[in-house]
Ligand binder design. Structure first.
Ligand SMILES: [Zn+2]
Ligand SMILES: [Zn+2]
Length: 307
């Protein structure tokens, strides 16, 4: 059974023993569908089991996007020319460090994240998250994804700040801070409690959104998760280029922002944007410290003058 066409007889009609044959049938019988919709619909029709189709797709999406995005950073680390853009140029991760990180992240993906991924579709059905074609408009999807970026950043800022307090740091968050000079793959190197807590920002915010609006498409959610994975890996890359996104959008955090967090262990708690750390005066690094001290001096002088 699949809800992809909202019509089981159409699913039976296009379904074939192979994915490519199903794809050809969908092309022929549903020519109005876009490129992405055709591939999506063929996947769900071919699987004919939405729980399995969603579970497998999300698991593969996570593994592929995470390691595929980490790979260019691993290659760049081996090319000395790129050192000019490395934020902490003397700290290149060794093969041993990367291997340890890879094993740990992979194990956590199978043990910690596999269960929520496999139970995700029944939850989607309950919440009204749709898998049907056609997809919502590009504008609607873009606005929803932008909102998820903003909401996740709020959650991440406060949860991450909390993880830097006493016992939370000692027993949970310390693991993620093993690498003072992070690298792409270290993005999800964390204690399972941290993975679940911070992961709520990525998955929980869209759930709250659909509980409120009653409408969300699983394709939008897949795009959001892929982009959020890219953001997390890039923030840990350790490289800041003249063409990095934070040079175009000054409020985008990027690697420069999060690298300082790993370097100094304090400040820059947000994930995607700079506004929370700026407004709440938690910016990391020596420059931010000098600016903060100057601001405090100025305020104290003004106070004396007023009295
Ligand atoms: Zn931290
Ligand atoms: Zn980090």
């Amino acid at each position: 059974m699949s809800a992809v066409f909202g019509n089981q007889s159409l699913v039976e009609l296009v379904r074939a023993p192979s994915y490519t044959k199903t794809l050809a049938n969908v092309y022929e019988l549903q020519p109005q569908l876009s490129f992405a919709e055709t591939y999506w619909a063929s996947w769900y029709a071919f699987m004919n089991n939405d729980v399995l189709a969603t579970g497998l797709m999300f698991f593969l999406l996570h593994e592929f996007m995470y390691f595929f995005r980490s790979l260019p950073w691993m290659i760049i680390d081996q090319i000395p020319w790129f050192r000019r853009y490395k934020i902490q140029p003397t700290k290149i991760p060794s093969v041993k460090e990367q291997w340890h990180c890879f094993k740990s992240v992979l194990l956590s993906h199978f043990l910690v994240e596999a269960i929520p991924i496999w139970t995700f579709h029944p939850l989607c059905e309950k919440l009204g998250i749709s898998v049907a074609v056609p997809f919502p408009s590009v504008k609607k999807m873009a606005l929803e994804i932008a909102l998820f970026f903003v909401l996740e950043d709020v959650w991440h800022y406060w949860a991450h700040r909390l993880f830097h307090y006493g016992v939370f740091y000692k027993y949970i968050h310390k693991q993620h801070h093993r690498y003072a000079a992070p690298f792409g793959m270290a993005a999800e190197y964390a204690h399972p409690v941290e993975t679940m807590t911070l992961g709520f920002g990525t998955v929980g915010m869209p759930i709250l959104y659909v509980m409120y609006t009653g409408e969300l498409h699983l394709f939008t959610l897949s795009l959001w998760i892929a982009l959020r994975l890219f953001q997390a890996v890039d923030a840990h890359s350790g490289y800041d280029f003249p063409w990095s996104l934070n040079k175009i959008l000054p409020f985008w955090a990027g690697a420069e922002h999060h690298d300082l967090h790993h370097h100094f262990f304090i400040g820059n708690y947000a994930s995607s944007f700079r506004w929370w750390d700026y407004c709440l005066d938690t910016e990391a690094g020596p420059e931010a410290k000098i600016a903060r001290e100057e601001r405090m001096k100025k305020n104290a002088l003004n106070k004396v003058k007023r009295n």
